[in-house]
Design a binder for this molecule. Sequence first.
Ligand SMILES: [Zn+2]
Length: 278
Amino acid sequence: MQTSLAAFEPIADHVFVAVAEPASVNIGLVVGRDAALVIDTGSSPAQGAAIRRAAEAAAGVPVRAVLVTHWHWDHFFGLAGFDGVPSYGHRTLTDWLRSDGLAASAAEAGVPVTALTAPTHPFTLARVIDLGDRRVELVHFGRGHSDGDTVAVVPDADVIFAGDLLEESGPPAFGPDCYPKEWPSAVDGILGLVNEHTILVPGHGRTIDRMYAFDQRARISGLYGQAEHLARRGVKLADAYAAGEWPFPEEVVHEALPIIYEQLAADGIHPGRTIPLL
Ligand SMILES: [Zn+2]
């Protein structure tokens, strides 16, 4: 896997973003008087170490905390490069390192499973990181893009790092491990904290504002609502795309529909077994 890291660019007072390839992940850097926080770690331990070096050079103070926003390889697999730094992430990161899916994900990223490490400070709901003269709040607003998305809020700079709950370089990623029904309410947690000046940093792509986030939230909600409506009307998965009007491109809808139908089935909603409502 070919990795590279662009320079940390300022987006607010002592808040920076650098883009890590190959997945164009936004790596955040929040600098305080005494210490710095890095947000997301890149795709491999070597890239994680490179991010740490670049962050300390840009910050001028040591990196004393690192957050992994969720357990996808492009955000998580660099964590071992932060050896000795207290690390934070939702407790599902630790579960993922013990899960059946890990080996395939590691093989895909070209990283040995033994090179991966869990956060030293896993949490369920929230943590505060003290950087000396400023605080960063880490919050899990519920399941959405994954089961363990964490958002980093920098109140004094009015910046929020949203992880992959929000995307700018393309539509949100509806992977097999996402929760489309709950995703809008996780985004509502973010929206409850924003004003017209807030800078939102998506997992991938350029920074966005609250109107962009409101729109994307509405699209995610619209996709889910349309799919549930069709399933409840008795429209089977194979016919669902043609039967609906969708707020995302076709390939995104085809990615999301099987997940939504499967999760509806788990809730007892089976379109083949309901009476169609006309
Ligand atoms: Zn992701």
